[in-house]
Design a protein around this ligand. Structure first.
Ligand code: ADP
Length: 465
């Protein structure tokens, strides 16, 4: 494994998490083991020490009350039945010389207890190991008697200590296995739980490499990391829409500006080459101004559509009475309708409150009315009505004009799309695209139904206030 890989593993969050938890786990497992061992050893030892304590107390009492010779006598008699006894007794002079030693048969080599006279006023415990044949592990208790002699009572602790050390070995083995298992499982778990973060990093990297289509895989677990992945994906979706919107707008601008710019260029070139009169020059300038205005309107509308589609259009949403807005629109277009010989009817009872940007609603109403009049024949009728329906305010613009061919219907809301027959009419092919984008930005929608030769009906809705 290369050192850079090792370094990366050491820096990784999975490694750190595993290391911290493994350390906590090891410390608590060991602590548990030590506590269990100490408690168990304490219980087993106290059982063994009970008999030795009893003997030590009994012999001390006899020495205190009856004197040392009586004690020696008593011990000899007491230990006569050593077939069954499980302890040895030893009495030493103040100088360390042996006064008496009695032990069960087979206990040849007895351990030498370390005696410190000053600290021997109370009983002392020692666990002594006596190597060699006949030796073993002895639990020894000793005490200084009144006569200055030392009383030592000891029992065989070999079996008990062997059991405890076996227990220690098994316990250590189990603890080591549990720790190893804990560390391995912990490492796998930490690695698995951090997989979403790695996916996120991989996605960010591929986006950094220019691929806007990359998305973080979601696992459907519903946890925080899954939520983060979903949020990140929706953020990417939004950014993609914005970028796509900008690209489309740019494409459309490039496409749509070329025609008026070429026309303006042609007018300028013709004017420069020919010897035009004052009037001719004036007309050329007017043509150029007209193309200029067309470019300006196209640009503004395209920008508006782009902003509305990408959700960056600033809307001052307020409670607006749609009936009032519809009446206003009808009033504005009434003169044009009369000029074209078209009857314009308004049917909207006041009090139809919607949540909308009044300026934008006026604009979309104007686009729909403009189309309705533009594609109507003299003598026709255009009716605008508004009503409350299913929690929304619905506005219908109905005309008896030329209608829209069924194959055009899915495309009329696209940017710059114009029906074949519409080319004889003025227009940019942006009106309906703007209407739809603005409505979408409001949380509204628009539908159309039309029959060629009979007329069209556009119905849009806005959220009720
Ligand atoms: P335009 O500037 O061409 O009117 P729009 O986006 O407003 O652009 O409309 C797109 C196309 O939809 C029009 O070219 C026309 O073919 C069709 N259209 C829109 N409104 C009507 C209508 N009321 N009657 C018939 N055709 C319509």
């Amino acid at each position: 494994m290369s050192s850079s890989l090792l370094g990366r593993i050491r820096r990784s969050t999975a490694f750190r998490l595993t290391a911290i938890y493994a350390l906590l786990y090891i410390v608590s497992s060991l602590l548990l083991f030590v506590i269990a061992y100490v408690l168990l050893a304490g219980v087993v030892r106290s059982q063994d020490q009970k008999l030795l304590t009893e003997k030590l107390n009994e012999y001390s009492y006899i020495e205190r009350t009856k004197g040392l010779p009586a004690l020696l006598d008593f011990i000899r008699r007491d230990t006569e039945e050593y077939e069954e006894s499980e302890y040895f007794v030893r009495i030493l002079d103040p100088s360390g010389g042996e006064r008496l030693t009695v032990s069960p048969p087979g206990w040849e080599t007895l351990p030498q207890a370390k005696l410190e006279p000053r600290s021997l006023e109370a009983a002392q415990w020692q666990l002594l190991e006596q190597p060699g044949p006949g030796g073993g592990v002895f639990e020894v208790t000793s005490r200084k008697l009144g006569s200055g002699t030392f009383l030592i009572v000891g029992g065989d602790a070999h079996q008990r200590e062997a059991l405890l050390s076996e227990f220690k070995r098994i316990f250590l083995f189990i603890t080591a296995t549990v720790i190893l298992l804990g560390v391995v499982v912990g490492a796998i778990q930490a690695d698995r739980s951090l997989a979403p973060i790695r996916d996120l990093i991989a996605t960010v990297n591929s986006i950094g490499g220019g691929s806007m289509t990359a998305r973080v895989p979601t696992r459907g677990t519903g946890d925080e990391l899954d939520e983060l992945a979903s949020l990140f994906n929706s953020m990417l979706e939004r950014i993609s829409t914005l970028i796509q919107g900008m690209r489309d707008a740019l494409d459309n601008v490039a496409h749509d500006l070329r025609t008026p710019l070429t026309r303006a260029k042609a007018v300028v070139e013709t004017a420069l080459q020919s010897n035009l009169s004052q009037q001719g020059l004036r007309e050329a300038l007017m043509d150029i101004a007209e193309e200029n205005e067309r470019i300006r309107t196209t640009l503004n509308t395209l920008m508006d559509i782009s902003e509305a589609e990408t959700g960056t259009m600033r809307l001052s949403i307020e409670r607006v009475d749609m009936a009032v807005l519809v009446e206003e629109g009808v009033e504005i277009y009434d003169y044009l309708a009369q000029e074209q010989g078209i009857i314009l009817i308004c049917d909207a009872a006041p009090g139809l409150f919607a949540l909308a940007d009044a300026g934008r609603v006026r604009q979309l109403l104007a686009n729909l009315l403009d189309n309705a009049l533009k594609y109507s024949k003299p003598g026709g009728q255009v009716q605008v009505s508004a009503r409350m329906d299913d929690g929304r305010v619905r506005v219908t613009v109905h005309d008896q004009g030329e209608g829209i061919p069924p194959e055009d219907i899915p495309r009329i809301f696209e940017r710059l799309y114009r029906g074949d027959k519409s080319r004889s009419h003025r227009g940019l092919g942006l009106g309906l695209a703007l209407v739809k984008a603005v409505l979408t930005a409001h949380g509204g929608d628009i539908t159309v139904s039309s029959t060629v030769g009979q007329g069209s009906e556009f119905v849009f809705s806005l959220p009720r206030a």
